[in-house]
Design a protein. Structure first.
Ligand code: DP6
Length: 326
């Protein structure tokens, strides 16, 4: 590995208890605790090189040159790294993901976790997991949960206290997340815009007030590996978040007809003895959570629903890590 260069990988994550709305938008201090599972078969690999060979920061995603707001967001994140390391060099950033951008998988989580780790290492900083998770949080809130491994919790607090930690390692429970892709279109309002709107919904205060008890119940079910208890909690939490989205000003409707069909199908499968539970992020695609023994049948059934384009299956994943490419 060259000096001022490092490569890191990180997995995206799916939240069982959602982060929606900030106490502080700039610092990305969340209004409520959240809990997620890293998605082990999906990953982003990012190389950061601080070099005088470029005039300003350069960004390549999947071999395509990126400019505009996405580059500015990456530059702001690298500015935090440069300030900590007292470094002035611009950076070349090359990032590749093995999952489609806009597939309903929070790509910013894996992207900012990998960027933060590679950037910090390339700048010569040695950050512990908490410091790295705090740094990743500044780039994208959910990215802080892609720094530790397995099932992660992220608690609200001030800048120093709000970071993610492992609640249980990946090996604790071999769950599956089947990402059912029903649209690849770019969403008109992304998560960052959505967080800003959360306060405009009269339901947000009630969502935040109930988040701690859903979080505690989710943690207990997760530690007990009890899907029959976990499943209804994650469904309720996702639906409450979407109720906030739909009642914001202006309203955010992320679901389409196939999203609704999958919600109905999930309920039907359960009465037929096929246990699977849904959760949905800021988009129309549906994540189906089930035991590995049911994953094949759930995928087969999901593919029968009109509008379903693809199914990507993942097991629990480990932490963000540095890669030695020498
Ligand atoms: C619905 O972390 O993508 O996926 O901090 O603006 O990058 P930014 O938002 P982001 O929000 C994630 C929202 C969510 C729920 C979750 O992952 O907890």
């Amino acid at each position: 590995m060259k000096p001022f260069q490092a490569t890191a990988s990180a997995h995206p994550n799916i939240a069982f208890i959602k982060y929606w709305g900030n106490e502080d938008d700039l610092l990305r201090l969340p209004a409520n605790p959240s809990l997620s599972m890293n998605l082990g078969s999906l990953q982003t690999v990012t190389t950061v090189t601080f070099t005088e060979e470029v005039a300003g920061d350069e960004l390549m995603i999947n071999n395509q040159r990126i400019t505009g707001p996405a580059l500015e967001r990456v530059s702001s994140q690298l500015d935090l790294v440069r300030a900590q390391a007292d470094l002035r060099r611009p950076a070349r950033v090359e990032s590749e993901s093995n999952f489609p951008v806009g597939s309903g998988i929070a790509s910013s989580a894996a992207a900012f976790a990998a960027l933060s780790l590679a950037g910090a290492a390339a700048a010569g900083l040695t950050l512990n997991e908490a410091a790295l998770s705090r740094l990743a949080r500044r780039g994208s809130g959910s990215a802080c949960r892609s720094v530790p491994g397995g099932f992660c919790q992220w608690l609200p607090g001030d800048d120093g206290a709000s970071f993610a930690t492992t609640m249980a390692p990946a090996a604790h429970w071999d769950l599956r997340d089947l990402v059912v892709v029903v649209s690849r279109e770019h969403k008109p309002v992304g998560s960052t815009g959505g967080h800003h709107l959360a306060q405009t919904s009269s339901l947000q205060a009630a969502r935040v007030a109930g988040a701690w008890s859903r979080f505690e119940a989710c943690r207990e079910a997760l530690l007990a590996r009890d899907l029959a208890i976990l499943g209804p909690i994650i469904e309720e939490d996702a639906v409450i978040m979407h109720a906030v989205m739909m009642s914001s000003h202006p309203p955010l409707y992320y679901w389409n007809a196939a999203t609704m069909a999958l919600i109905e199908a999930t309920q039907r499968w359960r009465t037929e003895g096929l246990p699977a539970y849904f959760t949905i992020d800021a988009g129309p695609n549906v994540h189906l959570i089930c035991e590995p023994s049911h994953a094949e049948a759930v995928e087969r059934e999901a593919r029968k629903i009109p509008g379903v384009q693809d199914v990507l299956t993942s097991n629990p994943g480990g932490p963000a890590r540095l890669m030695d490419l020498t």
